[in-house]
Design a protein. Structure first.
Length: 530
C-alpha cells in the first residue's frame, strides 16, 4: 500500500436470518490482487525489491480448520483460515515479520440450511449460484481490490448447528475482464468443475513451509496449476522404463509427477535452495530413490543419457538449451523433449517456410528434429506471474539426419539469414561476405568435415540473425579486394545461385530441402561456410 498505493479492503459480512452485521477494515497490500498468489499482507523492513518475489506460503499458513488441527491447504495460499470453536469465530489470519492480519467474525449460533446471499460483487451467473448453494449458511469473508474491483478473494465456511465445516476459497476475476476462478483445493474445498478433492496432490504440491525469493534472473516462475501440470505429464507419455531429464525442476511441481511414472528422473538445477526444497519434498513422498539431482548450470555440463526430457525451462536459455539438447545429442537417441517455452519463442520454432516469422532457429531445429505444438499455458498459471504466456511443444529428433557437417550448416544458414527478406543474390553480393567466404573456403577446402561437434556445441548460435554487414574483416581484406581470385570466387557464387535457380529466392521462403540442395551446390564448387 505504501509503495504502490494499492489498498485492500478486507470486509467481513455476517449474515444471519434477518439481522446482518458487517465489518470493514483497511489493510495494506504490496501487490495488486491480480498477482494474489504473491500478495504479502505486510510491510516488512526487508521489503522485496522489484526483481525478487516472495513465496508467501509458510507452514503456518498451510493450516485451516480447527486451530489445533492442520489440514490440507494449497500452496501459496496467503492467509491462514482459522475456525475457532471455543470463541465461535471464523477468520483469516496472516503473520509475517512482526505484522499480522487477523480478521474474524463470530459464527452464527444457529444456522439451518437456508441459502445465504453470498457477498459477491461480481456478476451472478450459474457457476456463482452453484457455489453459493455450496456454501449455504456460510460466513463469507471477502477481500477485494478496492481500486479496480477486478479481483477478489472469497472465503466461505459453512456453518451448521453444532459444527463449522466445509470451507471454500477462490479468487475470482471480474467477468468484464474475463471471468476466472482460481480454486484452492483441500479438505472442505471444492473445485469449480466439480473435480474430486485431491489431498494427495496437494500434499505433493506443498513445499513444506520453505519460503525464499524467486529470482527473475534465473527464470524462476513456478508452474503451480495442478491441472496444467497434469496435462503436461499426460502429453509427455512417460513410460515406466523411462529415464526422464528435467531441466530446472524448481520446487518440484513437475518432478513429483514425473517420479510417479518414470523409472528415474535426472533433475538439473542451478539454484541450491531449489535443490534442497526439491530433495526434502521428494524424500517426504518416499520417492528419493528414483531421483538424481545434478546441481549446476545445464549449459555448462555434459548431458546425461535420457529417454525423454520434460521441462519447464528458464526462458532466458531457450535457444542455447535447444541447441545443446538437439545438436549435442545430434546422433544420440532419445524419444522426445516436451518443453514449456515462451509463447513467442515457440511460435518462431514452429514457423514454416513462407510464414511471416519463419527464421533461422526454426530452420536449424527442423534439420534435426520435428516440432509440434501441444498446448498454450496462461501466464496466470505461474508463480510469480510472468509477463508472457507460454506454449508447450514437443520436439522429436529425426531418425534420419542429413549427413552434413553441422558447423558448415550453421555457418551457411547464418549467412543466408543475414538479410532474411533480401534475395540470396543480394545477400551474396556483399563484399565482406565474399571475402570471408573466400577465406573460409580456402582454409577448409580440405577439411570440410570435422569431428568437433561435441566440443563446440555450446557455441552454436541457432537463432541469431546477424543482420549486420560486418564480416570478420581481416588484414587480407584490402589486399584481396581487387584480386582476380576473389573476383572469380564471386562469379562462382553468382553462377551457383543462378544455375540452381536460387538467385531471386528469399531465405524466409526456402524449405530445409532447398537449403540443403544449395549448400551441396556451393560445396561442390569449393565454397564452404566454416
Ligand atoms: C521456470 S522455473 C521452472 C521450475 C519448475 N520446473 C516448475 O515448473 O515449477 C526454471 C528453473 O530453472 C532453474 N534454472 C535457471 N537457469 C538454469 C540453468 N542454467 N541450469 C539449470 N537450472 C536453471 C531455476 O532455478 C528454476 O528453478
Amino acid at each position: 500500500a505504501i509503495e504502490r498505493g494499492v489498498k485492500v479492503h478486507c470486509s467481513a459480512l455476517l449474515k444471519h436470518s434477518l439481522s446482518s452485521v458487517s465489518f470493514r477494515e483497511t489493510l495494506e497490500c504490496k501487490y495488486p490482487l491480480s498477482s494474489f498468489n504473491l500478495v504479502n499482507f505486510s510491510s516488512s523492513p526487508s521489503k522485496p525489491t522489484s526483481d525478487v518475489h516472495f513465496l508467501t506460503s509458510t507452514n503456518d499458513e498451510n493450516k485451516c480448520g480447527e486451530t489445533d488441527q492442520v489440514e490440507e491447504m494449497p500452496e501459496a495460499f496467503p492467509l491462514e483460515i482459522q475456525v475457532k470453536r471455543i470463541t465461535n469465530t471464523a477468520g483469516l489470519m496472516r503473520n509475517y515479520i512482526l505484522k499480522s492480519i487477523d480478521v474474524s467474525v463470530s459464527r452464527p449460533s444457529l444456522v439451518t440450511g437456508e441459502e445465504h446471499e453470498n457477498n459477491m460483487r461480481i456478476g451472478d451467473d450459474e457457476e456463482e449460484r452453484d457455489n453459493s448453494r455450496l456454501c449455504q449458511s456460510g460466513i463469507p469473508l471477502t477481500l477485494n481490490d478496492s481500486k479496480q474491483q477486478r479481483d477478489s478473494m472469497e472465503f466461505c465456511c459453512a456453518s451448521r448447528k453444532d459444527d463449522l465445516a466445509g470451507a471454500g476459497s477462490f479468487i475470482r476475476k471480474n467477468k468484464k475482464y474475463g471471468m476466472k476462478i482460481y480454486s484452492y483445493e483441500g479438505r472442505g474445498f471444492w473445485q469449480e468443475e466439480g473435480v474430486e478433492y485431491r489431498h494427495k496432490l496437494k500434499q505433493k504440491e506443498r513445499w513444506q513451509g520453505e519460503s525464499f525469493h524467486l529470482l527473475k534472473s534465473r527464470g524462476q516462475h513456478l508452474l503451480t496449476n495442478p491441472r496444467v501440470l497434469d496435462s503436461i505429464i499426460r502429453r509427455a507419455k512417460v513410460l515406466p522404463t523411462d529415464t526422464v531429464l528435467e531441466i530446472g525442476p524448481g520446487t518440484g511441481n513437475l518432478t513429483v509427477r514425473l517420479l510417479e511414472l518414470a523409472l528415474k528422473v535426472i533433475a538439473v538445477e542451478i539454484d541450491e535452495r531449489m535443490v534442497n526444497t526439491l530433495q526434502n519434498r521428494v524424500a517426504k513422498l518416499g520417492l528419493e530413490d528414483k531421483l538424481v539431482v545434478i546441481t549446476g548450470n545445464v549449459l555448462k555440463m555434459e548431458l546425461p543419457h535420457f529417454d525423454l526430457c520434460v521441462s519447464n525451462i528458464p526462458y532466458g536459455i531457450s535457444s542455447p538449451l535447444i541447441a545443446k539438447i538437439f545438436l549435442r545429442s545430434f546422433k544420440s537417441c532419445f524419444r522426445s523433449a516436451i518443453l514449456l517455452l515462451q509463447k513467442e519463442f515457440a511460435c518462431r520454432l514452429l514457423a514454416k517456410p513462407g510464414e511471416s516469422d519463419f527464421n533461422r532457429l526454426a530452420l536449424n531445429v527442423r534439420l534435426v528434429a520435428s516440432v509440434d505444438f501441444l498446448m498454450n499455458v496462461s501466464k496466470k498459471d505461474f508463480v510469480p506471474c510472468p509477463k508472457v504466456d507460454s506454449s508447450l511443444v514437443q520436439i522429436q529428433p529425426k531418425l534420419k539426419i542429413p549427413d552434413i557437417n553441422l558447423d558448415e550448416w550453421l555457418g551457411f544458414t547464418r549467412t543466408c539469414f543475414s538479410k532474411r527478406n533480401k534475395t540470396l543474390s543480394a545477400i551474396f553480393k556483399q563484399k565482406k561476405k565474399i571475402i570471408d567466404l573466400y577465406e573460409n573456403s580456402q582454409s577448409n577446402i580440405k577439411n570440410c568435415k570435422t569431428t568437433e561437434n561435441e566440443d563446440r556445441v555450446g557455441d552454436y548460435d541457432l537463432d541469431g540473425t546477424n543482420e549486420s554487414d560486418e564480416g570478420s574483416a581481416t588484414s587480407l581484406e584490402l589486399g584481396l579486394q581487387n584480386s582476380t581470385e576473389v573476383l572469380r570466387f564471386k562469379e562462382k557464387i553468382v553462377r551457383v545461385l543462378k544455375d540452381g535457380g536460387f538467385g531471386e529466392k528469399r531465405p524466409s521462403k526456402l524449405s530445409n530441402e532447398e537449403f540443403l540442395c544449395l549448400l551441396q551446390l556451393f560445396n561442390k564448387e569449393g565454397v564452404f561456410f566454416h
